[in-house]
Every structure is written in structure tokens, then in C-alpha cells.
Design a protein around this ligand. Structure first.
Ligand SMILES: [Zn+2]
Length: 370
């Protein structure tokens, strides 16, 4: 963990390293994230400060729980999208319950990654620069605020992690049935570690994500940024439509605790996930125009190819387009508040994976949870 940090710094200027070295963790007995340095067996909270740049700076509240015993570094990131509240509340609950004296390894909790979006109550985009933080990775220290937040999350949090869980939910406009994105790289032993995280989180729908692997170019997404650094990562979705109901919060918190069990960071047996429906070939259906969307389906519904998902109308109520399911599958989420902009999602649909698509079978193992 220390090595990773110092290697990344070594690629920058020696002068900067010499000036800055004192502020980074300098031994296994302490661990530093942003302004927070914590010794073994302790937990501390503070901020990663994002300095002013071409626009106003920000700050990211973090808690580091540095276990008394050796173990992996688990990064938990909430609030990449500021309107997705349950994971934020779940990590606050976790902070109050973790006992670092009984912990093996280190937990880095990012409580609210995107403070401008959180305080500005915006979906998808930052009110400060109009950018989607989850498309800005690995970030740019000289860019606008979303790019700088991504940069500091990459260098301060992701570069120090051995595992990453990026906690999301349906955004303020999305009715969503809970699921996990499990990214697949094609490296069987690496993917097995990611699968372990995905199963441990405990949700009963897992989307096999063979999407952007970012072999070249920007990693864009939080989880992809971890993957290209050799760090297993999943993205979890619990919550919808701006609700902070305890049902959603508990799904997220329960998932995190079970990941801690799975990684042997706490001395409790992992709760086995016995009911997974594997999903594949997901498609996000985008709105062809700006207007008003009226959903005809709901999150979690099973739909046939061609089924009407909703109708897009203009601002007088005249129908512009009928949005249909491109194939038979499950509705992961559907937009359930009226406004949509051209090119934005109206729904996400996944196919139920058959045996040929079963991820565990691809790893030459029995398909355990089907
Ligand atoms: Zn999100």
C-alpha cells in the first residue's frame, strides 16, 4: 500500500516528493488519506482537501479505520453521485460500529465523494462544472472541480486500495431494483476475486459487466480505475428516487459488513449468498429527444422484446416516441420523474444469463448460485 503510493509519487517531480513526503504515511504503523493520519488500532476522520483551481475547490469527508492486525485495504466510496443517499448513510453507520482494535487491515470510507452535487442536490452532473464525476476518472489535477475530485480520489484512495466497492443507488430520477455490477476482465483468477466481492455484497441480482475495460484511454468510471490498477472492484446499486429509507440503507450497510467478513477483516463467517440471478448484456436505453418521459414499466419487472417501457412526450403532452424493450429481460431501472434530456437514460434492461453466460461456469466451476 505504501509502495503503491510512493511509486505513483516517484513518477512526479523529486522536489514535490521531498516537500510532500512528510505528509504521506511513512510506515506500516500509520496510514494517511488526505489530511487524516491514523495509527494502528485507531480510527480517525477528516478531509481530503481539493484546492481551488480553475474553479472553486471542495473537500471530501473520509474516515480511516486502521486495524490493529495486518490485512487488506478496502476502499468504500459513497456519494460519487450526490443524490444517491443510502450508501452515504450506510457508511456513517459503519463508522460508528467498526472496532479498529478488532479489525484486520484498513477501511477507507469516503463519505461524500461529490460534495458540490450533494449540497447542490443534483442528479448525474455537478452543479459546478456540469460534469458527471463517474465519467471523469482518473481525473486531472488541473481540470475543473469534478476532474480534480476524480484525481484526488484516484491518488489518495484508489491507489492505496487492495479492494474497492463503489456504492451507488438509483439517482433522484431513477426507480431501481437493487443489483451489483461485476466487471469482468477475462483474467480468470482476477475475475474470481471480483466475483467473491460481488457475491459477498449479498444482493440477489448481479450484472456481469463486460463493458468498458479501458485497455487504452481514460478509465472514466471509479470501478474501472481500480481494475486497470489491478484492484478488484464492484459497483453496487441500492436506493432510488432520492429516498433515504432504512430499507435501502440497510441493504448497503449489510453488504459492506459481509464484504468485511469475506475478506477476513473481521472474525465472523461470511453469509453465503444463495439466491443470485445472473444478468448479462445490459443495455441502457437513451432518450432520442428532450421532453417528458412517462414510464409504463417498473423497476424489477420482466419485459418481452418490444414491450412498451414508456412514452416520450413534448412539453405540451404530444407523443414524440414510444420507447420499447430492445430484448426480453429485466428492468434494472427506469426513469420515473418527468424530465429527460436527449441522450440521457430512460431505462436499463438486462438479459437473464443462461448457462453459456454463467460467469462461474466460465471459470470452469459449477454454477453455484443458479
Ligand atoms: Zn450513481
Amino acid at each position: 500500500m505504501i509502495g503503491k503510493k510512493f511509486m505513483s509519487m516517484a513518477s512526479k517531480s523529486v522536489v514535490f516528493w521531498l516537500l510532500s513526503a512528510a505528509t504521506f504515511h511513512v510506515g506500516a504503523d500509520s496510514f494517511t488519506v488526505g489530511e487524516v493520519t491514523v495509527t494502528r488500532g485507531e480510527q480517525s476522520s477528516g478531509f481530503i482537501m481539493i484546492p481551488d483551481g480553475i474553479d472553486e475547490g471542495s473537500r471530501i469527508p473520509v474516515t480511516v479505520s486502521h486495524g490493529a492486525s495486518d490485512g487488506p485495504v478496502l476502499a468504500l466510496i459513497a456519494g460519487i453521485h450526490g443524490y444517491e443517499y443510502p450508501p452515504i448513510t450506510a457508511l456513517q453507520a459503519l463508522r460508528g460500529k467498526v472496532d479498529p482494535a478488532a479489525l484486520s487491515g484498513t477501511i477507507v470510507m469516503v463519505h461524500i465523494a461529490n460534495m458540490p452535487s450533494f449540497l447542490g442536490r443534483t442528479i448525474y452532473y455537478s452543479p459546478a462544472d456540469g460534469k458527471n464525476l463517474n465519467r471523469m476518472f482518473p481525473g486531472d489535477p488541473n481540470g475543473s472541480i469534478s476532474q480534480r475530485i476524480a484525481h484526488f480520489l484516484t491518488t489518495e484512495v484508489i491507489d492505496q486500495a487492495d479492494y474497492l466497492v463503489d456504492l451507488h443507488g438509483g439517482d433522484g430520477n431513477e426507480a431501481l431494483r437493487p443489483y451489483v455490477y461485476m466487471p469482468v476482465t477475462g483474467d480468470a483468477s482476477f475475475d474470481a476475486r471480483t466475483e467473491g466481492l460481488a457475491l459477498a455484497f449479498g444482493l440477489d441480482h448481479i450484472v456481469i459487466d463486460t463493458g468498458p475495460q479501458s485497455a487504452s484511454g481514460a478509465s472514466l468510471f471509479t470501478d474501472q480505475t481500480a481494475l486497470v490498477r489491478g484492484i478488484p472492484a464492484i459497483t453496487t446499486e441500492t436506493g432510488q428516487l432520492g429516498s433515504n429509507d432504512s430499507y435501502w440503507v440497510e441493504l448497503a450497510e449489510r453488504g459492506v459488513w459481509n464484504v468485511l467478513r469475506h475478506l477476513d477483516m473481521i472474525t465472523e463467517d461470511e453469509v453465503v449468498n444463495t439466491g443470485v440471478t445472473w444478468l448479462s448484456e445490459y443495455k441502457v436505453i437513451k432518450s432520442p429527444q428532450s421532453g417528458i418521459f412517462r414510464a409504463f414499466t417498473r423497476d424489477g419487472y420482466v419485459v418481452s422484446e418490444g414491450a412498451v417501457l414508456g412514452v416520450l412526450a413534448d412539453f405540451f403532452g404530444n407523443e414524440l416516441a414510444t420507447i420499447r424493450a430492445p430484448f426480453s429481460g429485466i428492468v434494472n431501472y427506469v426513469i420515473s420523474t418527468p424530465p429527460v434530456n436527449e441522450g440521457e437514460p430512460v431505462a436499463m434492461i438486462s438479459k437473464i444469463a443462461d448457462l453459456d453466460h454463467c460467469f462461474s461456469k466460465r471459470l470452469q466451476e459449477p454454477c453455484r448460485y443458479r
